[in-house]
Design a protein around this ligand. Structure first.
Ligand SMILES: [Zn+2]
Length: 576
């Protein structure tokens, strides 16, 4: 009892002593403390926690939120009148392809060109922090990536992952189509440790891709365990996002392929074994045969959370995926030329298909795979032709074109290849809408599902990109919260601010709170909306007046400034 009272007494004394000892400089006078670099006054503050808005002024000083409340008597170098506007924390994108080491033809934030490194399509959505190196891919070493970003500058804040596929490729080289040995896993673990020491904040996996596809749960869990001393995060593009993985074809693979449920259970298992935070990334339920299965995936995650597993998910708010944009209904194996020496010496996909269709047994296997692919891409009425030499077909779905031709949609898929651009797989450009809105809305409604773009750096002239590059965060608000009502406005804001901040262990971002970094979005609830479409994706969102990163404008009065106030937010050892 006595020592408790002593402790309580000394605890009371600490703040004053600390204030004097730690201030470094003299405390601000009353007048100085009412002067700010920037004052955002009169707005409705959605603080990011999910609370309804409050009316409050925000005083920004030295990049941070210095005061929050009624600041009517304060002065500032710059005042924004936010009357009638909403203010939220800057949005945090925990699955970004703004960089991943693949180069992407220079379409990366790690590019000295101002229209790349300032990330206009990212910050214009209100995004102030991105987590890059996803799907198991990262440049090596992470130290070089970090140094480059710090030297050249970046628009938003950036957090770096280390890619499982990258370290797996480094250790196993070309011999990766098998589980790793114990010794190889140990070598990968050492590389993961190195990247964490260099500033990586977590491990990303791409278990549907090469070379991650051939890893075991034991291998991935062993690497995820390395995250614990750094309080790092495991973010997984899982082995399957529907009834089967994207590599699976009924004519080519025997046995039961992993399903969405298998994949979610694996992510949970990795979280359970290692104790680290794990994320089932861009969660979905792909393919007609799997619509509605968000219910069981949600149940699995919720039950694991109830048991204390630190598992989360993220989603992009669209019913169509990145690979849906490259839908080719005829299986690739039927289009490739096995005798080609190189790209210049190969028969066209249409020539190859014609040859193979002449063999009845091969033709039957091709048709089996086409039926499978149509279902996986959302069905005949949800595969849309965006580009084809027969103009009449453009803008129509596969079923409409089949009806027009009076034939089975499988024959139409073949005809599109043979009668279209014969050198292009598929004969034209098609997009499947492989997800059901029921599942997209169901996931959106879960309190542990963050919003993430899965998008990269886009600029007019880059060609067709998924509209999520430009519209993800405003769309979650406009479409899924305000129009559909899958979740409340407050929940939508929380899903892209404090929720991802907690997932990433960011203690001083994601909420509008005194002392936090001033990453802020000022927007008009009447007009905030995504504008990017599948036909014209390079369209910035509307309704976003101002975006601040570390207290500096990246969007001001609706204009993208191409400024570079972002920081690389690096890992540090110890719990957060
Ligand atoms: Zn992915």
């Amino acid at each position: 009892m006595r020592s408790n009272r002593l402790l309580a007494g000394s605890r009371r004394a600490i703040p004053l002593v600390l204030a004097i000892l730690l201030a470094g400089t003299a405390p601000l006078t009353a007048q100085e403390s009412r002067h700010f670099d920037l004052l955002v006054s009169g707005g409705r503050v959605l603080d990011g926690t999910g609370n309804p808005w409050i009316r409050a002024d925000i005083g920004v000083r030295d990049g941070r939120i210095a005061a929050l409340g009624n600041l009517a008597d304060a002065t500032a170098d710059r005042v924004i009148d936010a009357t009638g506007r909403y203010i939220s924390p800057g949005f945090i994108d925990i699955h970004s392809h703004a960089d991943d080491g693949s180069g992407r033809g220079g379409r990366t934030i790690r590019n000295d060109a101002i229209h790349r490194k300032s990330a206009p399509n990212v910050v214009s959505q209100g995004v102030t922090t991105i987590v890059v190196n996803q799907d198991g891919r990262s440049p090596w070493p992470v130290a070089d990536q970090r140094a480059t970003l710090e030297r050249q500058g970046v628009g938003p804040n950036v957090m770096l992952m280390v890619g499982h596929g990258t370290v797996r490729g480094m250790v196993m080289d070309d011999d990766f189509r098998r589980p790793s040995t114990e010794d190889e896993t140990a070598q990968m673990a050492a590389l993961v440790r190195q990247a964490l020491e260099e500033g990586a904040v977590g491990l990303s996996a791409g278990l549907e891709y090469t070379p991650g596809r051939w890893s075991t749960t034991d291998e991935v869990a062993a690497l995820a365990a390395e995250l614990a001393p750094y309080d790092g995060v495991y973010i997984s593009h899982e082995r399957a996002e529907g009834a089967d993985p994207m590599w699976y074809l009924p004519s080519q693979h025997e046995g039961r392929p992993p399903t969405l449920q298998d994949a979610v259970m694996e992510t949970i298992e990795i979280g359970r074994r290692t104790g680290v935070r794990v994320v089932a990334s861009h969660i979905k339920a792909k393919g007609v045969a799997y619509w509605g299965s968000s219910g069981s995936a949600i149940q699995l995650i919720q039950r694991a959370r109830d048991e204390g597993v630190r598992v989360w998910a993220d989603q992009y708010p669209y019913p169509t995926s990145g690979t849906d944009g490259n839908t080719v209904l005829v299986p690739r194996w039927a289009l490739g030329d096995p005798d080609a020496d190189g790209p210049g010496d190969r028969r066209s996909p249409a020539d190859m298909l014609e040859t193979r269709l002449q063999d009845p047994e091969t033709a039957a296997r091709i048709r089996t795979d086409i039926v499978h692919e149509i279902g996986r891409r959302g069905g005949t009425d949800r595969v849309v032709i965006f580009d084809h030499s027969i103009a009449e077909y453009v803008g129509r779905n596969l079923q409409d074109v089949a009806d027009l031709r009076g034939e089975d949609p499988v024959e139409t898929a073949i005809a599109l290849q043979l009668e279209g651009d014969r050198t292009r797989p598929g004969g034209g450009r098609m997009r499947g809408f492989s997800m059901s809105e029921i599942d997209v809305e169901n996931y959106a409604a879960q309190p542990w599902v963050a919003t993430a773009s899965d998008g990269g750096i886009g600029w007019p002239g880059d060609g067709p990109v998924h509209p999520r590059f430009y519209g993800t965060f405003p769309r979650k608000i406009r479409h899924y919260a305000l129009t559909v009502g899958a979740l409340s406005l407050e929940s939508a804001i929380r899903a892209q601010t404090s929720l991802p901040a907690r997932i990433m262990g960011l203690a001083d971002r994601g909420e509008i709170r005194e002392g936090n970094w001033a990453d802020l979005v000022v927007f008009d609830l009447e007009t905030i909306a995504d504008q990017a479409t599948f036909v014209e994706p390079h369209q910035h969102a509307t309704g976003i007046d101002h975006v601040l990163v570390n207290g500096e404008f990246v969007v001001e009065d609706g204009e993208i400034l191409m400024t570079l106030p972002g920081k690389v937010i690096a890992s540090r050892k110890g719990p957060r």
